[in-house]
Design a protein around this ligand. Structure first.
Ligand SMILES: Nc1ncnc2c1ncn2[C@@H]1O[C@H](COP(=O)(O)OP(=O)(O)OP(=O)(O)O)[C@@H](O)[C@H]1O
Ligand SMILES: [Mg+2]
Length: 465
């Protein structure tokens, strides 16, 4: 059983009682008294009860209430001090069954001590010269004439005892002291409850602070990881953009080469065949009727073949683009497109449009080609509008149709960059963004509009890179 440091009365006892301990008594060993010999509780009720001191008690209770409200941690000390004063005792103390370490002063055997007996009997007990039975009292260094103990409760459970000790043969406890001590035991119970609660709060606070610190550190780590990932994604995106821009340049080069090959070799061979066939036709008398018809058919086939090759070569890379620039190449392309598709194209491009860098002209031409191909393949529109404007800083291109519009899920995939339906739109966007331009699609029931804005200067810088 743990014992709170006893309080001593300055009025009634001048000796300095020490804390209870297991020190070996110096006295000559003697036979311990029986419990019945030292336990004199019955005397409490046979003695004449002293008069109640209501004034002192009221002052004490008021002081206690104040301490409880303002300094609950001092409540036990105050209760023990009041026990001393109200019972005119020599010393007082609190013995606890459970450990409240902050208040522990010493310990006594639970099964063999006045406190143990009081807890077992669950009522106030009075001991007369307890040292005769509990020999460890000898180590206190002062006489214990009487000790009065009352149980202290923590809720339903007994938590220990509070006690007062008389060191003076003249000072004896009576039932009035029992009444006072029972009252003070209630305050002690409250104080213990407050201490327990505040310790629990303290533990919860420490735990909470630990958790917050852990969360903060996890959050910091997550942020660092996220920042690392973002940098990684950014770098990879830039690499991909560079790669696709390079691929598109290579593709443009390859198309240009193929177009030239088709025009210069296959085209020239066909021109030669055409001339030979024409010469053969001119030697008419030497040909039979059937032979003449075959030559005539061949001339038609070679014509068609030449026209096909020219168109193919032109679609791969319009020669006008390099020679006369975007305006002429677009005008010619639009004318051919309208013829092939049956879609009327309204072209709005200023006469004095001028030239752009070669890369930029190719990029704009390809985007227009792709957009018109989409109008033809997907929109169902009978008309398309193409507008190209150039001011000091930007080239703006707008291609629109009056068709069915792009399906919302495809449009959402484009805007969120999560899903691509084909490579056409994705490729257009890549081209434009790689030249620091803006690419946007608006689409609804009234049709689709693609809007592109390219900065002239940066695009020019880019084209020289
Ligand atoms: N003008 C348009 N009107 C209606 N739907 C369109 C239009 N342009 C594009 N779309 C829709 O958007 C999709 C994606 O177009 P995109 O050009 O990227 O691919 P694609 O034309 O299907 O294939 P490709 O890779 O050969 O170009 C199309 O499949 C079509 O459903
Ligand atoms: Mg397409």
């Amino acid at each position: 059983m743990n014992i709170i440091e006893p309080h001593r009365s300055s009025r009634r006892w001048s000796l300095r009682p020490t804390r209870l301990s297991h020190r070996t008594p110096l006295a000559v060993p003697r036979e311990p008294a029986t419990l019945e010999e030292v336990l004199v509780t019955y005397k409490l009720y046979s003695r004449r009860r002293r008069k109640q001191n209501s004034l002192d008690e009221n002052i004490a209770l008021r002081d206690l209430a104040q301490v409880m409200a303002t300094h609950p941690e001092r409540l036990i000390d105050t209760v023990l001090q009041m026990a001393l004063e109200l019972c005119t005792a020599g010393s007082s103390g609190l013995s606890l069954l459970e450990t409240l370490r902050k208040h522990v002063g010493a310990s006594t055997p639970r099964k063999f001590s006045p406190s143990g007996v009081t807890v077992d009997r669950n009522a106030a007990q009075l001991f007369f010269h307890p040292a005769k039975r509990f020999q460890y009292f000898d180590g206190l260094g002062c006489d214990v004439v009487e000790t009065l103990l009352v149980p202290v409760y923590l809720g339903e459970k007994t938590a220990g005892t509070i006690w007062v000790v008389s060191h003076d043969e003249e000072v004896k406890f009576d039932s009035e002291d029992v009444r006072i001590m029972n009252g003070l035991a209630k305050f002690t119970g409250c104080a213990l409850r407050l201490i327990q609660t505040s310790q629990a709060q303290q533990r919860a606070r420490v735990e909470g602070e630990k958790q917050i610190a852990m969360h903060k550190s996890t959050e910091t780590k997550l942020r660092a990881t996220q920042a690392g990932l973002e940098t990684d994604i950014f770098a990879r995106k830039a690499q991909l953009q560079q790669l696709s821009a390079r691929l598109m340049n290579l593709q443009d080069e390859e198309r240009r080469r193929l177009a030239r090959e088709l025009h210069d070799s296959a085209g020239q061979y066909l021109a030669g065949i055409q001339m030979n066939l024409a010469a053969l036709m001119r030697s008419e008398p030497a040909l039979s009727a059937a032979g003449k018809s075959r030559v005539s058919d061949s001339i038609i086939l070679v014509d068609e073949c030449t026209s096909e090759i020219r168109t193919m070569s032109y679609l791969l890379h319009p020669p006008l683009l390099d020679e006369l620039g975007l305006r002429s190449a677009i005008a010619m392309y639009v004318e051919g497109f309208a013829e092939r598709s049956g879609i009327r194209v309204e072209l709005d491009i200023p006469d004095d449009f001028g030239r752009l860098s070669s890369d930029m002209e190719t990029a704009v031409f390809r985007v227009i080609q792709q957009s018109l191909a989409n109008v033809h393949r997907h929109s169902g529109s009978l008309v398309a509008y193409l507008r190209i404007i150039k001011d000091g800083e930007f080239v703006t291109i707008e291609i629109s149709d009056r068709g069915c519009g792009i399906k919302p899920e495809i449009l959402h995939g484009f805007h969120s960059s999560t899903k691509l339906a084909g490579v056409g739109i994705a490729g257009m966007r890549e081209r434009i963004e790689s030249m620091n331009g803006d690419f946007d699609i608006r689409s609804g029931e009234g049709g689709t509009t693609i809007e592109i804005r390219l900065p002239l200067r940066i695009a020019e810088q880019f084209s020289t890179m």
